[in-house]
Structure formats: structure tokens, C-alpha cells
Design a protein around this ligand. Structure first.
Ligand SMILES: [Zn+2]
Length: 77
């Protein structure tokens, strides 16, 4: 099974929030700093950032709700 290096959160990094919503995909945030995990609220993120926001955007910009730092797991490492 070929693994694209652009995959993130189990989907291709070019997917948008709208794609996730249409696919009914449940995605998990995992903070690289404190290990906090939470289910991402796709609908809330879409209304805040726009449904065409790519999932790769969140790899760099998603802040942890516990420690406030940015950076999250999701590349299968
Ligand atoms: Zn954290």
C-alpha cells in the first residue's frame, strides 16, 4: 500500500474541511508537546476558517487547547 508523504490525519493533505465533512471522516488532534488528544469539530473549524481550508493548514497552525502550543501528530510517525 503506497503511502503518500503528504498524508495527514489519515487523509491526503490537500483535502479540505469540506472534503472531510462530506466523507464523514472523524479526525483526532494529538498535541506533540503534551500528548493531549481531542476529536476535531470539522463543522466548527469550517465555519471559522472556511470550508476550503486544507487539512495541511492545521498541521502548522492548530493550537492545543490544553497547552496552547502549535504542532500536532498525524503523519503516522
Ligand atoms: Zn498540548
Amino acid at each position: 500500500m503506497k503511502q503518500s508523504s503528504g498524508d495527514f490525519l489519515g487523509v491526503p493533505g490537500y483535502w479540505t474541511l469540506e472534503d472531510l465533512a462530506l466523507a464523514g471522516k472523524v479526525v483526532m488532534f494529538e498535541c506533540v508537546h503534551c500528548g493531549h488528544t481531542e476529536i476535531l469539530d470539522i463543522a466548527a473549524l469550517a465555519s471559522r476558517h472556511g470550508p476550503q481550508t486544507r487539512v495541511n493548514f492545521f498541521k502548522r497552525n492548530m493550537a492545543c487547547s490544553r497547552c496552547g502550543k502549535t504542532g500536532m501528530h498525524g503523519e503516522g510517525d
